[in-house]
Design a protein around this ligand. Structure first.
Ligand code: GLU
Length: 469
């Protein structure tokens, strides 16, 4: 039997990292078993579902590379099918019409609470007296006794007693089907044989199993994945920082770093931290997912991100970096090859946003010197080396790293200065601050014209500074 998993988000917001992790687990499980992964958009809540959210989910899935084999299926396209199932349950006496008023349900609830009972529908309309002509909802006739056993692949065995479940509404007065019904029909029709989802749905599982049994279907396997917590132990939410997948992209996180981070959140394989996608597919096992909730650790994500920035192909990083350069108003086509810039900066940035920020000087003059770097390196003593460097750089026939490196060394020798006393003022002059890739590569990529212009500016700065003192 082909393993079939699904990711079934409700499009009422962005793609949350918790959702992305559930999607990743479902995707991995399908890939590992040579199965299929289905994307289903659960958009029946017409008031809260938006097209923008659907787009955000699809964009997030694409960015993460979680390719689905089937779908996206939209529940709003399947109302006829849900009606067919509800009508069939009704015809077979497994569901019934109910016209209890809101007031009656409310009074019932209050009475039950007073008696310290769990509030639940009392089956008042089970007798079947309500006719189709009057306003009504349809309720599923839940089995009155016995229990439902869920052998959850993450949580272990969980048993629910039927007398705790009530006859839930499967069609509202306006004719729309409810969540538990649509999920069941879809999982059945789409051949889903393992449901991997957030454990906030665990309580829905016995209800869904009962409906499936009423439809004569074999329930799928279930794996309820614990939620993700923030650093304060409460459920991860906006107030902890970024929660949407696209926000991580905007912060300069690589998709492979986020996937690697998410797979380790609640799952482990020995003490291994770095997993390529192929390794994840090979090693991931849903039954090894921890049932306790795990907390999101941004530092660790940054550590992984840095790892991938360092080891990925510069051409790929350059492609992903380009929009971040755009955010700074820089068109990478207007300066040195972005791939060469990435190769020079790969060791120096934890995120693509950082990499863009420290690479802007390759494309445009910096606004101002970093005060501490200028104070330390652009002093009167730096004038002579900078003047020498300027004329040597103006005259060097070939603007290549090797010759530039030699040139800086030669100037230091001529002036009988340590290399640092020459290279560091030059760096601050060209870059605006004290850190950059090797001086040879930096000069090479910045280009002759900009280097000379910036050295002139540094000399002016030294001039002004020495006049002031
Ligand atoms: N649509 C539900 C949600 O976004 C998930 C339903 C399910 O996985 O069964 O919470």
């Amino acid at each position: 039997m082909t393993v079939k998993t699904r990711f079934a988000p409700s499009p009422t917001g962005y793609l949350h990292v918790g959702g992305a992790r559930t999607a990743l687990f479902s995707w991995l499980h399908a890939r590992k078993h040579g199965g299929k992964f289905v994307l289903r958009i659960e958009d029946t809540d017409l008031e809260r579902s938006t097209q923008a959210s659907i787009n955000a989910i699809l964009e997030g899935m694409t960015w993460l590379g979680l390719v689905y084999d089937e779908g996206p299926f939209y529940q709003t396209h399947r109302f006829d099918r849900y009606d067919e199932v509800i009508d069939d349950l009704l015809a077979r006496g497994l569901a019934y019409r109910c016209n209890c008023t809101k007031e009656r349900i409310e009074t019932l609830r209050e009475e039950q609470m007073q008696r310290k009972e769990k509030p639940r529908y009392d089956g008042h309309c089970r007798g079947g007296a309500v006719t189709a002509g009057e306003p009504h909802v349809i309720r599923f006739r839940n089995p009155p006794d016995g229990s439902v056993m869920v052998d959850d692949l993450v949580r272990g065995r969980v048993v629910f007693s039927n007398d705790e479940l009530d006859d839930l509404i499967i069609r509202r007065t306006d004719g729309s089907p409810t969540y538990n019904l649509t999920v069941v029909v879809d999982d059945l029709d789409m051949g889903i044989n393992i449901v991997i989802r957030g454990d906030d749905h665990l309580n829905n599982t016995p209800r869904q199993i009962n409906i499936l049994m009423a439809l004569g279907a074999e329930p799928p396997h279930y794996a309820h994945v614990p939620m993700i917590l923030g650093d304060d132990g409460s459920r991860l939410s906006k107030r902890h920082g970024a929660v949407s997948v696209m926000e991580y992209r905007n912060q300069g996180i690589l998709p492979e770093a986020l996937l690697n981070y998410l797979v380790r959140l609640g799952w482990s394989h020995g003490d291994q931290e770095i997993f390529s996608l192929d390794e994840m597919v090979e090693l991931f096992d849903i039954s090894n997912v921890n049932k306790a909730a795990s907390a999101f650790n941004n530092e660790k994500l940054l550590w992984l991100n840095q790892h991938y920035i360092k080891q990925d192909d510069p051409a790929r990083i350059a492609r992903l970096l380009s929009p971040h350069m755009g955010e700074l108003g820089i068109d990478p086509a207007s300066g040195p090859d972005l791939v060469a810039v990435v190769a020079a900066q790969q060791e120096r940035a934890r995120t693509l946003v950082e990499m863009a920020a420290i690479s802007a000087f390759f494309y445009q003059d910096y606004d101002d010197f970093e005060p501490a770097a200028a104070k330390k390196n652009l002093k009167a003593a730096a004038r002579e080396p900078l003047e020498h460097l300027r004329s040597a750089l103006a005259g060097i026939p070939e603007w290549e790293p090797e010759g530039l490196h030699q040139l800086v060394k030669d100037v230091a020798m001529q002036l009988d200065l340590k290399l640092g006393k020459v290279a560091q003022p030059l760096r601050v002059a060209v870059v605006g601050r004290a850190a950059s890739p090797g001086i040879d590569v930096t000069l090479h990529l910045v280009g002759r014209e900009a280097c000379l212009r910036r050295i002139d500016r540094a000399l002016e700065y030294i001039q002004e500074r020495t006049q002031e003192s």
